[in-house]
Design a protein around this ligand. Structure first.
Ligand code: FDA
Ligand code: PGT
Length: 452
């Protein structure tokens, strides 16, 4: 068996792993990054490919350019189930060609000294005492088994969680995913028959009938190309995603040319708060594997980059202090919670509420502005649901005869605030984690009961 030693081992080169490799390539650390896929398929996973521009600005990541950028997005149009109400949310973003962008980050990291191995899979962790010290790898290009030792090993394995799930259960980063806390999502990319109207706008169709617990999307990738798909909640015993796709695709994407199908595929989308901790002794977890996806819109690329940024900073800090324990890496949690995690926890509750609404309630809520566009945007940007608009509007709604919807919304807003407050009290040290996690889990249980 071949043996090698590194400072950092990154497992998985999707957007999360590639962003971290890119960031660490600016340091002097000795880094190995691997992926089971061949080079030309890095970053190739089923996705809607939409990312807000803000993430690139906030994190100092390079904008997608040339082939990597398929369309500049100017906003999102949100359709009610009966299509009678359309909310337009303006905001700059990108429709990217994911493989090109991820491969560009990986190439730049390699050019600055990061070692990259494709067709290489992490088979099992190396555990010494009670800390992670690397992984046993298998390289299918050379047919070699490699014992790769590392001070810090990063799981960026996506929704497969294929590395962290093999750690001993005493590691809190082994937390598993409840089926109901995920959506099954499927998409196709096709050319259209005609030029798409207002193609710089993404379209989201909310419909419990055609996508229970999720939504349909139609994301133009230019004037004649579109990414169209849907998500449905997992663990609910619904028919297969393909059944939904085939039944409704002509309704939500009437202009696609089915003879010009470019890509298709599906995957799981975690829709919950992040892992209680994204670091432990000698190990860190980023991206889908750490459940960093936005629970309400299912977008996970931007927040995967945030988790990579936070873990990257924590790694540099750990090397400065020569401390690779959970404690030495702990500031990754603080950074991630502040930038995205607390909002995710609050949106985890909002998502549970939304998934229980009927199409009638959503039609009603959107047309009567029980929630206004601004409220939804604020909730989605910061995790705060403001029902401030106030008493006058509230009374009007009560008078319209849907007091239960309003009552539920108030409860939701209260719990969203509550859970965010608990996130503000994230423990300063690892030994406070279990008690803190218990208080988060209790709020979620209590909230589920209140919704029933
Ligand atoms: P990702 O899965 O990309 O990468 C993990 C990598 O690890 C893979 O390359 C895999 O080969 C590798 N790997 C796994 N185990 C390994 C092992 N043991 N050894 C070596 N390598 C291993 N998000 C968004 O922002 N905008 C959007 O429009 C959408 N739309 C969307 C649609 C659909 C259909 C889905 C399913 C999901 C989305 N998302 C999304 C979510 C988004 O795709 C997702 O959050 C990110 O791409 C996750 O990136 P990661 O790098 O975490 O995982
Ligand atoms: C309800 C449960 C849904 C589960 C979802 C699963 C679906 C899986 C499919 C995955 C498709 C991914 C599509 C990704 C879209 C990306 C959207 C996007 O980029 O959103 C931007 C940016 O948000 P951000 O959090 O990444 O960044 C914030 C900031 O820029 C950085 O600091 C923001 O745009 C929005 O949030 C628009 C809102 C989308 C809402 C989606 C549907 C919600 C349904 C609402 C119903 C309301 C009815 C109320 C009635 C009472």
């Amino acid at each position: 068996m071949k043996r090698a030693e590194y400072d950092v081992l990154i497992i998985g080169l999707g957007i999360a792993g590639a962003s971290l490799a890119w960031k660490l390539s600016q340091s002097n650390l000795k880094v190995l990054a691997i992926d089971s896929k061949p080079w030309n398929r890095f970053g190739d996973k089923p996705c809607g490919d939409a990312i807000s521009k803000e993430h690139f600005d906030n994190l100092g990541m390079p904008y997608p350019q040339g082939k990597e950028l398929e369309e500049k997005v100017e906003g999102i149009k949100l359709y009610s189930p009966d299509m009678k109400t359309v909310w337009t949310v303006k905001g700059e973003g990108f429709e990217i060609d994911s493989p090109s962008y991820v491969q560009r980050l990986t190439k730049e990291a390699r050019d600055r000294g990061v070692e990259i191995l494709d067709l290489t899979t992490a088979m099992k962790p190396i555990i010494v005492g009670n800390k992670v010290e690397g992984a046993v790898l298998f390289n299918r290009r050379t047919n070699e088994t490699i014992e790769a030792k590392a001070k810090i090993t990063v799981d960026a394995t996506g929704y497969s969680t294929s590395f962290r799930s093999k750690l001993p259960f005493e590691f809190p980063v082994t937390e598993s995913l409840d089926d109901k806390d995920a959506d099954v999502a499927y998409r196709e990319v096709l050319n259209t028959k005609d030029e798409i109207d207002e193609y710089p706008y993404l379209r989201i169709f909310i419909t419990q009938k055609a996508s229970p617990g999720g939504y349909w999307w139609y994301f133009p990738k230019g004037p004649n190309k579109v990414n169209v798909g849907l998500g449905i909640q997992g663990g609910m015993g619904y028919p297969s995603i393909h059944e939904f796709y085939n039944k409704y695709v002509d309704y939500y994407a009437p202009d696609i040319d089915k003879n010009r199908l470019l890509v298709k595929g599906g995957a799981l989308v975690p829709t919950r708060r992040p892992l209680a901790t994204i670091v432990w002794d000698g190990v860190a977890v980023i991206g889908d594997s750490a459940f960093t996806v936005n629970p309400v819109h299912g977008g996970g690329k931007g927040s995967a980059m945030i988790s990579a940024y936070c873990v990257g900073k924590a790694i540099l800090n750990a090397f400065e202090n020569n401390d690779f324990s959970a404690k030495g890496l702990w500031n990754a949690n603080e950074c991630y919670i502040e930038r995205y995690g607390a909002k995710q926890a609050s949106l985890d509750l909002f998502r549970r509420f939304l998934q229980k609404l009927s199409d009638d309630e959503i039609n009603y809520g959107m047309s009567r502005k029980v929630i206004r566009e601004e409220d939804l945007l604020e909730a989605s940007a910061n995790g705060d649901l403001q029902l401030s608009t106030a008493e006058k509007a509230m009374r009007a709604i009560m008078a319209l005869g849907k007091p239960s919807l309003l009552f539920k919304l108030k409860t939701v807003a209260e719990y969203m605030k509550k859970v965010k407050d608990v996130y503000k009290r994230f423990p300063a040290e690892p030994n406070g984690l279990m008690k803190w996690k218990y208080s988060v889990d209790s709020i979620i249980l209590e909230f589920n009961k209140a919704l029933e």
